[in-house]
Design a protein. Structure first.
Length: 64
């Protein structure tokens, strides 16, 4: 796992934060919640492939 995944997650977070501010100030609170959920789903889809590597690393560390 390289550091680029962290930069991609940070970029999604920054974009979602900016969109949330814009939507909140324009009075569209329902779209703000949808934008937040969409950002969360995108980040989870980016992380899921790396979870297998994490679990195999933990197994090797503890000799399970």
């Amino acid at each position: 796992m390289d550091i680029s995944i962290l930069f991609r997650i940070a970029a999604v977070g920054i974009i979602v934060a900016i969109l949330n501010q814009v939507l909140t100030r324009s009075g569209r609170d329902e779209y703000t919640m949808i934008t937040t959920l969409a950002g969360l789903i995108i980040v989870l889809m980016m992380i899921i492939p790396h979870l297998k590597d994490l679990f195999s690393y933990v197994e090797s560390v503890f000799d399970l």
